[in-house]
Design a protein around this ligand. Structure first.
Ligand code: 3PG
Ligand code: MG
Length: 416
C-alpha cells in the first residue's frame, strides 16, 4: 500500500520535465492556511488527490500527482505529468487545471494566469489552419491590418438591411463583414437567408472593386446544428465561419475545427463571456490562457482586446498577441482581433501598440459616421493608410474628407 497525502504534492526542489504541463496561478490562501499548504491542495485537487489521505495498492496505481514546484509570494507554479491528460481533449485538461480548484475552500481566490504547453500535449491538437495568412490567402489585405465590421444594431436588422450594410462597408474598403455575437438564426434574420444573400453580395462587390472580400457568419449553436451550419457555409462558397467560442465550449470548437479543416474554412473566434473568467485580477482564468486554448483548438482569429483604446476592459493585449504570434511547438499562429469601441481616430495609436499583423474590427466606429456606413468604412481604411505611411491622421484628413468627418466627430477619444 502507498499513502497519498497533501505533502506529496509540494516539492519546491522539483524541476519540471520537458513533458510536464506547467501552470502558473495567483492564489489567496484561506485564513490560517500557509501558501505552501494551499499550493499543495491546489496541486492535489487538480490532479489525483482529495481532501482525505488515501491508501492505495501500489500495483494498481499510475502516479499522476501534480507538483507545486514554485512559490513566489502569491504566485505559484504547478507541474502536471502528461499522463494525467487525455490526448486532444481540451475539456479534460480544463477539468484538471481549472476545475474544482476554482471553488475550493483552501483558497479565497485563485486565478490561472499562464501555461507552458509541452509538445507532448500540443501535438494532440490541430492548431489553426491559416492564422495571419488569411490576409493574403483568403483576402487581398497584403501587409496591412485586415479590416472587419459588424453591422449595428447588433440584432434586429432584417436580412436585406444587414446585407445592405455589409455591401456598403465592403465597397468602402472593409475586407470582412462580421455577424455580432448574439446574431445567429432568429426570425428577423434567418441564418441561411443571411448567408446566401451576403455571399451573393460579396461576389458582386468583389467583381466590381477587384478585391477579395468575405463574411464571418456566426454559426454558433448546439454542436450538431453548428456543424450543419459549417457545411452550409462551405456549400454557399464562404471562406470563414465565426464561433462564440466561450459560450459554446471548447469541445464544440474542436468539432468545428475538424469540420472546417475538411472544408478549408477559417475560424473567427468571438470571446463573448470571457470576462466572466478573466475580468478580476485575482480569480478565474486569464485571457492569456483562454487565447492559448483557442490556438491549440485551432481558431484562426481571436479577439484579444484593444490595448486599452476601446470600450471594453482588457488585460495585456500586446503580451497575449505576442504569445499568439510566437512559437508553440510548430503550431500556426493566430491573427489577433482588436475590437470593441474602435474608430478611425484611434487607429494610429492601435497600430503603434499592436503592430500591423492584426485584424481591426469597428462596428459603431463605421456605422456611426455622420455620413453613414460607406463613408465610415472609407474613413477607417484612410486612417490605416495614414498610419502605415507615417502621416499624422489630421494631416491625412486634409485631403480625405471621410476621415476628416470621423476625426471631427470622435477625435482621438477612447469611448466608454
Ligand atoms: O462583436 C464585436 O466585436 C463588437 O460588437 C464590436 O462592436 P463596436 O465596434 O461597435 O464596439
Ligand atoms: Mg459584438
Amino acid at each position: 500500500m502507498t499513502g497519498i497525502e497533501y505533502d506529496d504534492f509540494l516539492d519546491l526542489e522539483y524541476e519540471p520535465s520537458a513533458t510536464d504541463l506547467v501552470c502558473e496561478f495567483t492564489i489567496d490562501p484561506a485564513a490560517g492556511m500557509s501558501t505552501e499548504a494551499a499550493a499543495s491542495r491546489v496541486a492535489s485537487e487538480s490532479s489525483n488527490g482529495t481532501w482525505a489521505a488515501l491508501h492505495v495498492d501500489e500495483d494498481e496505481l499510475t502516479h499522476l500527482g501534480a507538483v507545486a514546484c514554485e512559490i513566489d509570494g502569491n504566485r505559484i507554479a504547478v507541474a502536471y505529468p502528461v499522463g494525467l491528460f487525455e490526448e486532444g481533449s481540451m475539456a479534460q485538461i480544463l477539468s484538471c487545471i481549472a476545475g474544482n480548484i476554482m471553488g475550493m475552500k483552501a483558497v479565497d481566490s485563485i486565478r490561472l494566469e499562464d501555461c507552458t504547453w509541452p509538445a507532448s500535449i500540443v501535438d494532440g491538437f490541430p492548431g489553426p489552419q491559416f492564422g495571419p495568412a488569411v490576409a493574403t490567402e483568403k483576402l487581398d489585405a497584403g501587409d496591412r491590418p485586415v479590416l472587419a465590421t459588424v453591422p449595428k444594431p447588433k440584432v434586429g436588422l432584417s436580412t436585406s438591411a444587414h446585407v445592405g450594410v455589409g455591401e456598403a462597408a465592403w465597397r468602402g474598403g472593409i475586407d470582412l463583414l462580421k455577424d455580432d455575437e448574439n446574431l445567429t438564426d432568429q426570425a428577423f434574420n434567418p441564418f441561411e437567408d443571411r448567408l446566401a444573400e451576403s455571399l451573393a453580395a460579396r461576389d458582386r462587390v468583389q467583381e466590381d472593386v477587384g478585391e477579395r472580400k468575405d463574411y464571418l457568419v456566426n454559426v454558433t449553436a448546439e454542436t450538431t446544428e453548428m456543424l450543419e451550419r459549417v457545411d452550409l457555409v462551405a456549400e454557399h462558397g464562404g471562406g470563414f465561419v465565426m464561433v462564440d467560442v466561450i459560450t459554446c465550449g471548447w469541445a464544440a470548437v474542436q468539432s468545428v475545427r475538424e469540420r472546417c479543416g475538411d472544408h478549408g474554412l477559417a475560424i473567427h473566434a468571438h470571446r463573448a463571456m470571457h470576462a466572466a473568467f478573466d475580468r478580476t485580477d485575482h480569480h478565474g482564468v486569464s485571457m492569456r490562457v483562454l487565447a492559448q486554448i483557442a490556438r491549440l483548438c485551432g481558431v484562426d482569429h481571436i479577439h484579444t482586446g484593444t490595448a486599452g483604446l476601446g470600450k471594453l476592459e482588457n488585460e495585456d493585449t500586446p503580451g497575449i498577441n505576442a504569445w499568439l504570434a510566437g512559437d508553440c511547438h510548430g503550431l500556426t499562429p493566430v491573427l489577433p482581433v482588436a475590437s470593441g469601441g474602435l474608430h478611425p481616430g484611434v487607429v494610429d495609436q492601435l497600430i503603434d501598440a499592436l503592430g500591423t499583423e492584426i485584424c481591426i474590427q469597428a462596428g459603431g466606429g463605421i456605422h456611426g459616421h455622420p455620413d453613414g456606413t460607406h463613408a465610415g468604412a472609407k474613413a477607417l481604411r484612410q486612417s490605416v493608410e495614414a498610419s502605415l505611411e507615417g502621416v499624422p491622421l489630421g494631416t491625412y484628413a486634409e485631403d480625405h474628407e471621410e476621415l476628416a468627418t470621423a476625426l471631427e466627430k470622435w477625435g482621438a477619444e477612447t469611448p466608454r
